[in-house]
Design a protein around this ligand. Structure first.
Ligand code: ADP
Ligand code: GLC
Length: 482
């Protein structure tokens, strides 16, 4: 069978709205899957940035009452991708971060906002838009987690239509969409759904758990993370649920969109690795150092990250003296938990350090294209995209041996170095001692220029695109369609 139509349902989509890698992945899959003869249409909340970014928008459906107000479904284009947006000003007409108020707290009506996304997704799956019906619906993360529940228990508008198969992808098990049970009636779900086999979770509701149990397949974004989340240590309370899915849980590694992350347009020549590549990288490093007043002759570590416990960013202040001992400097681009932002800002600085607290897409590109090594000391990492971007630009990632980091970075151990295949550095654990040790190892390796250049070549010529994984998604869609 070929020519499947997939409705992807998600809360982020690069380039319209992005807080992290979810947006990159959801934004990249339509063109990656087009190469597999799968047509993806993506349903998004109609945040102001989404509605403003749609090309040739057209209203294709009206809903009189979507959890407290009228809504329209708008179809439009973004580049070559097709997008449906839910224009519901009472739910999504708020600028800024899609999940939080300007003071950093979650919007109090997040349960309704994302139940609305899932409910409309399920309704479209059952034929709300008439002629256009997807063969498969694909929910991403907790924000779309209730979708299979609405398919199972009815969405209230289209209960006559047959339910298509559904798939859910877990991008991060830490976010589970947990809310009070009192909300259940207002979500339009029957009490029949309030069981441990559906939406009930420890006396409350979990959107993600509902998706994990009621969808036909569960995927996550790397094979190692698929194993980790089935253990009590990595399962965040959901390991039993995930183990119960058996072989219906699979890990499919993320790629990056190599048109967006293109070393040629960021001043580094891809794949034709040689003296010119190195000259371009040096020019980028000089530009980056000039911006922050750093010495381009020193080893330069970079960080591009959400500043959260997941990313191990609390380890950073303690590692600065080690970097100083090795004559390194550091540039940090990140935003996140206020207490971590404060701790990094206030840390004693024994080294030259550039710090930008905030979100800056262009600077992220320059850091990958100019820094020598990228620090990613994550405690857990479902996949991680920054290590892929870094390797693609010849910036060597320094990662913990977890999740997608373990699956994508080949450690500079003796065997890999002598085989010429090492692409980065793995640390054994997300702790201060391991970070200090790996910083020392990076500094020693960096001074050995021929070895460093061999590693850069291996990193830059490795495969980081979507081709292999798009084929795996396509084959999974074909499996659920029987
Ligand atoms: P996560 O989704 O857990 O934050 P990923 O590594 O999967 O981590 O994806 C992070 C994405 O967000 C990458 O595209 C990275 O370049 C980008 N990013 C993270 N922080 C920033 C920032 N402060 N400014 C610009 N881009 C950022
Ligand atoms: C999540 C994860 C990250 C992953 C991204 C895209 O934000 O934290 O590891 O790369 O989703 O799947």
């Amino acid at each position: 069978m070929s020519g499947e139509r997939v409705l992807a349902v998600a809360s982020e989509f690069y380039p319209l709205i992005k807080t992290g890698g979810l947006a990159d992945v959801v934004g990249a899959l339509p063109s990656a899957l087009a190469a597999e003869n799968v047509t993806v249409t993506t349903l998004l909340p109609g945040y102001p940035a989404v509605l403003a970014g749609l090309h040739a928008p057209a209203v294709v459906h009206r809903i009189d009452d979507l959890f407290g107000g009228p809504a329209t479904i708008v179809f439009g284009g973004v580049g070559t991708a097709a997008v449906l947006a839910i224009d519901a000003p009472h739910l999504f007409g708020r600028a800024g971060n899609p999940y939080t108020m300007p003071n950093g707290q979650d919007w109090p009506d997040n349960a309704l906002r994302f139940a609305a996304l899932a409910r409309v997704g399920a309704a479209i799956g059952r034929g709300l838009l008439g002629d256009w019906r997807p063969d498969v619906v694909h929910a991403h993360d907790w924000q779309a987690g209730l979708l299979p529940a609405y398919l199972r228990y009815g969405d209230g508008w289209t209960s006559g239509g047959t339910a298509p198969p559904s798939v859910i992808t877990v991008h991060n098990l830490a976010f589970q969409g947990r809310f009070s049970t009192d909300l259940l009636p207002s979500l339009g779900l029957p009490w029949e759904s309030y069981t441990p086999e559906a939406v009930e979770f420890y006396g409350g509701i979990s959107f993600l758990k509902a998706g994990l149990l009621l969808s036909d397949r569960v995927t996550t974004v790397s094979p190692s993370y698929a194993q980790e989340i089935c253990t009590p240590a990595g399962g965040m309370g959901l390991d039993g649920v995930l183990r119960a899915r058996g072989t219906n849980l699979i890990g499919i590694l993320n790629g990056i969109d190599t048109d967006v992350w293109n070393p040629a347009t960021d001043g580094v020549i891809p794949r034709t690795f040689g003296t010119e590549t190195m000259a371009r990288r040096t020019a980028n490093k000089i530009a980056l150092c000039e911006r922050f007043g750093l010495d381009p002759a020193a080893l330069l570590f970079g960080i591009v990250s959400r500043l959260t416990g997941q990313k191990g960013m609390d380890l950073l202040p303690g590692s600065l003296p080690t970097m100083a001992r090795h004559g390194a400097s550091l540039v940090i681009l990140g935003a996140g938990q206020p207490e971590l932002e404060r701790a990094i800002q206030a840390a004693a600085r024994p080294i030259a350090m550039g710090l930008l607290l905030g979100y800056d897409e262009a600077l992220a590109h320059l850091i990958y294209a100019g820094a020598d090594a990228l620090l990613i000391p994550s405690r857990f990492e479902p996949c991680g995209l920054t290590q892929l971007c870094a390797m693609h630009y010849g910036c060597l990632p320094v990662v913990t041996r977890v999740g997608g980091l373990a699956d994508t970075v080949i450690d500079a151990n003796e065997a890999a170095l002598s085989a010429g295949v090492a692409t980065g550095f793995q640390m054994a654990a997300p702790d201060a001692a391991s970070l200090d040790r790996v910083i020392a190892w990076v500094a020693t390796t960096w001074r050995d220029r021929p070895t460093w250049a061999r590693m850069q070549r291996a990193a830059m010529t490795g495969e980081v695109g979507w081709a292999r994984s798009a084929a795996r998604y396509a084959s999974m869609y074909r499996q659920v369609l029987g």
